[in-house]
Write a protein that binds this ligand. Structure first.
Ligand code: C5P
Length: 300
């Protein structure tokens, strides 16, 4: 791209806790969502163009919608509208975060495009304004901007930054097909029908484990209330979870709404062993290692 372009690098996330409440009147669910940003990245490059267009490269590029539903395009339009700019830009997404994987890949591209357009146009939006636009784009988008570790409440968009006392080593197994987030929440509602769903709250043990940087304690505290719904729609994920546990992971869970599965390990060496076992297990498509926390959307 020309010199007049801006590139932003943005990480994936894993939910170390995903506490889900009952469906609200607006269809969304109140969450206690503890996010950790991990070192798998998309890069979004923005440059002036004749009209707004989106392109995408990377192994899963064919699955990424390039129309106005793409969160990167929506982010550019939202910022342009707020600041009276011409949204005629070319957004290129170099995609490494799994698509429809429960790792906030689409949300990451939205946050990255927002930061990139802000820099390209010199709009100098405040952090608060950017976070406001992020929240309008989607529940996970504000966290992609902020990165690190954070507790998200409400739809998951109201963030409190969390302290972390060390680096956590993860292995991620990408599944053969994707899962739609709304479908997983609908399955959650179906499975919850007739039951009393308590208000979700962040686990004190989990927050302490994060603050201490203690993987063993974090492994004992991780939870995902969407996991039964994801397993109900995609039962084979149980085999992947079992394979990772058997290989020595401290904890195995579905990442967000899935179907990516996440394995917390003691250290980088164990992560490599767990990754090697998963690669030959025949229970997943691709296996990646990544550590976190890492920074949110950053101009490179
Ligand atoms: O906010 P976002 O567009 O990422 O949400 C995608 C879908 O996930 C929503 O349409 C809704 O079905 C579900 N969702 C939910 N409660 C939340 C966040 C998302 O039900 N707090």
């Amino acid at each position: 791209m020309s010199a007049a372009s801006v590139t932003v690098r943005v990480p994936a996330k894993v939910n170390v806790q995903l506490g889900v409440g009952a469906a609200r009147p607006d269809g969304f669910h109140d969450l206690a969502n503890v996010f950790l940003a991990v070192g798998l990245y998309d890069e979004v490059t923005v440059a002036p163009a004749d009209e707004l267009r989106v392109t995408c490269s990377g192994p899963d590029a064919a699955q990424v919608p390039l129309d106005a539903t793409n969160l990167a395009a929506r982010a550019a339009l939202a910022l342009a509208e707020r600041y009276g700019r011409d949204p005629a830009v070319h957004l290129h997404i170099a995609k490494d975060i799994p698509v429809a994987g429960g790792m906030a890949g689409g949300s990451a591209d939205g946050a990255a495009a927002l930061v990139a357009c802000d820099a390209l146009w010199g709009t100098h939006a405040s952090r608060e304004e950017l976070l406001e636009i992020c929240a309008e784009l989607g529940s996970d988008v504000p966290f992609s901007l902020v990165g690190g570790a954070a507790l998200g409440v409400g739809r998951g968009e109201r963030l409190t930054v969390l302290e972390t006392g060390g680096t956590f080593h993860w292995v991620f197994a990408m599944a053969e097909r994707g899962l739609s987030t709304p479908a997983v929440f609908r399955e959650f509602d179906r499975l919850a029908a007739g039951r009393d769903i308590p208000e979700p709250v962040a686990s004190a043990d989990l927050l302490e484990a994060l603050a201490k940087g203690d993987p063993q304690a974090l492994a004992a505290a991780v939870s995902n209330d969407l996991q039964p719904a994801a397993l109900s729609l995609f039962p084979e994920l149980a085999d992947t979870l079992e394979a990772g546990r058997g290989a020595g992971a401290l904890a195995a869970l579905v990442s967000g709404s899935g179907p990516t599965t996440a394995f917390l390990t003691r250290d980088a060496e164990t992560a490599e062993k767990v990754a090697a076992t998963l690669r030959t297990s025949g229970t997943c498509r691709v296996v990646r290692r990544a550590a976190g926390p890492v920074a949110g959307a950053t101009v490179v």
